[in-house]
Design a protein around this ligand. Structure first.
Ligand SMILES: C[S@@+](CC[C@H](N)C(=O)[O-])C[C@H]1O[C@@H](n2cnc3c(N)ncnc32)[C@H](O)[C@@H]1O
Length: 208
């Protein structure tokens, strides 16, 4: 299911400026290999939020080869950092190459392993936490994020509309986990949450 009306999606994608290297190469790689990156519409939103709240310290759970993190890194100040995590060493190697090309290598630290376990080893406060791991892991993230996110910080999670599979009669484990996560997040009075139906649906929660 298309989350956005395809005509509207096409219109917005056509309205945003063409991406410069290395973003264009990263997008081409995603298309060729079917790698699920957040894409330029959500990337732009992430950069806007980073800029708006003057974020300095960002943690990402599930970074792939660094596309989403690189969008945020562009808006970080001189002394800003984005911590990336992924279970695959090859993704780290690609991310390092792309950050280097963008001249932002000094803004990133990449940890290979289980994202939530690595996250638990890092103390807050973080200004932004981006969540894009395997969907079955989503519900478990909330208490750890809450502990480490500063008040006024943003907890952003991708794929919360899951290509419309949230409406299926028979739910897969990943879909059940997304539904559980979304309910927990909306019900949590420490967060003020919205879902933005861009691309695959993104939840944006501000910690109060
Ligand atoms: C959807 S992709 C991330 C895309 C990235 N956020 C972007 O938009 O550019 C998810 C990535 O998270 C990694 N991943 C999924 N679950 C993980 C986990 N529990 N620990 C570490 N890495 C994980 C996968 O290897 C994959 O590269």
């Amino acid at each position: 299911m298309n989350i956005l009306n395809p005509k509207i999606n096409e219109y917005i994608e056509g309205a945003i400026p063409a991406r410069k290297p290395p973003f264009d190469e990263m997008e081409a790689y995603a298309k060729e290999h079917g790698f699920p990156i957040i894409g330029p519409l959500v990337g732009t939103l992430l950069k806007q939020i980073t800029h708006s709240i003057k974020a300095k310290r960002i943690f990402e759970l599930g970074s792939g080869y660094g596309y989403s993190a690189l969008w945020m890194a562009q808006a970080l100040p001189e002394d800003g950092k984005v911590y990336l995590t992924d279970r695959k060493e090859e993704n780290k190697e690609m991310a390092v190459r792309h950050f280097e090309k963008a001249g932002l290598l000094d803004k990133m630290e990449f940890f290979v392993g289980d994202a939530l376990e690595i996250f638990k080893e890092h103390d807050g406060p973080f200004d932004i936490i981006l969540n894009d791991i395997d969907k079955t892991g989503y519900p478990e993230t909330i208490p750890f994020v809450k502990e480490r996110l500063k008040s006024g910080g943003y907890f952003i999670t991708d794929n919360v509309l899951w290509s419309g599979r949230i409406f299926d009669d028979e739910l897969e484990d990943s879909t059940k986990a997304i539904l559980k996560f979304t309910k927990k997040l909306y019900d949590d009075s420490d967060f003020m949450t919205s879902i933005i139906p861009l691309r695959d649906g993104i939840s944006v929660a501000v910690k109060l």
